[in-house]
Design a protein around this ligand. Structure first.
Ligand code: FES
Length: 320
């Protein structure tokens, strides 16, 4: 049996972080109750989701706190360098930027919660980690703001706290990228089919010659198999960059190059070796027994919940 190594793009997909789910479930229920409380809160959620503009609000509005805090980081640095005699011309602007970012963090966070409330599985878990990271950053900025106030002023500590907050906002951004690019949050699940978490018999041994990739369909997921030096390697044949057909790419041993934009991957563990793809291939374990080959997802698998049953009768459309 061929067993691939580390194949999750984020450590958060590992069961070690299952504790995040125990927080997520009650928090999500509370947001559901809040957003669904009455027509006004449901309308507010629509606005936060971006329904009136037909565009998500959260990724657009993030520029408000992020821009303000980037400005604050620059002004704090200039303040630190030029304020040896006690004050500087940059101080008031730095403080205003921190405060402006804190104000902007409120609608940004609300828009994020409004998007997160309808997620589940790894998306919900990584979304919770993203939220906790950003809450930590906001708390640091709030503490920094407090230490800039007249009477409580501790300028150096305030600058350090703001710097830490800025770094943590960056970590939150990494998790936000993970949600969008790797987990396909708010992208129709039909575009991200998942193979069933079980062994699936796919091929007779003689149908997989040495060095020639073969693609099999595992419940709508195309899985590419390659026999090389006595091992069978198996991975989704969609390139994680933009879905190029890897089985039509160039092969050098167990290295494959995508035919669309030339990303290269090592089929032994799915790691990208050359961009533009920057994420792992979704790998499968493969086993060969009694002349048959079977595969099973080797990533920390999760399955979408079953689709809800369609209504018995279609509701009548409103008159145009
Ligand atoms: S689709 Fe494979 S590199 Fe772009």
């Amino acid at each position: 049996m061929t067993r691939q190594g580390w194949t999750a793009n984020s450590p958060l997909e590992s069961e070690r972080f299952a504790w995040l789910d125990t927080i997520s479930v009650p928090v999500q229920k509370s947001w559901h109750a809040l957003f669904g409380a009455n027509k006004g809160t449901m309308y507010a959620k629509n606005v936060l989701n971006g329904v009136p503009w037909r565009h998500r609000v959260h990724p657009a509005i993030i520029i408000w706190p992020l821009g303000a805090w980037t400005t604050a980081a620059l002004l704090d640095t200039l303040d630190g360098v030029t304020s040896r005699n006690g004050t500087s011309q940059y101080r008031a602007s730095a403080d205003a930027s921190v405060a402006f970012g804190l104000v902007g963090a409120v609608p940004t966070a609300l828009a994020g919660w409004a998007d997160w409330v309808d997620q589940y599985g790894h998306q919900r878990r990584v979304g919770m980690a993203h939220a906790l990271t950003n809450i930590t950053a906001i708390a640091l900025y709030a503490a920094s703001m407090g230490l800039r106030m007249p009477g409580m002023e501790r300028r150096r500590t305030a600058r350090v706290l703001a710097g830490l907050g800025y770094a943590i906002v960056g970590a939150g951004g990494v998790l936000g990228g993970e949600l969008v690019y790797n987990l396909g949050v708010n992208i129709p699940h039909v575009l991200y089919p998942k193979a069933p978490v079980k062994w699936t018999d796919v091929l007779a041994s003689e149908e997989l010659p040495v060095g020639e990739p073969v693609v099999v369909d595992v419940e709508r997921v195309p899985v590419m198999l390659l026999r090389h030096e006595g091992n069978i390697y198996a991975a989704e044949s969609w390139c994680p960059h933009a879905g190029g057909p890897l089985n039509e790419g160039k092969f050098e041993g167990c290295i494959v190059e995508c035919p669309w934009h030339q990303s290269r991957f090592d089929l032994r563990d799915g790691h990208p070796l050359q961009g533009p793809a920057a994420t792992l291939l979704r790998m499968f374990e493969a086993r060969e027994e009694s002349g048959r080959i079977s595969v099973k997802p080797s990533y920390e698998a999760e399955e979408w919940p079953p689709a809800p049953a369609p209504p018995a009768e279609r509701p009548a459309l409103a008159p145009q």
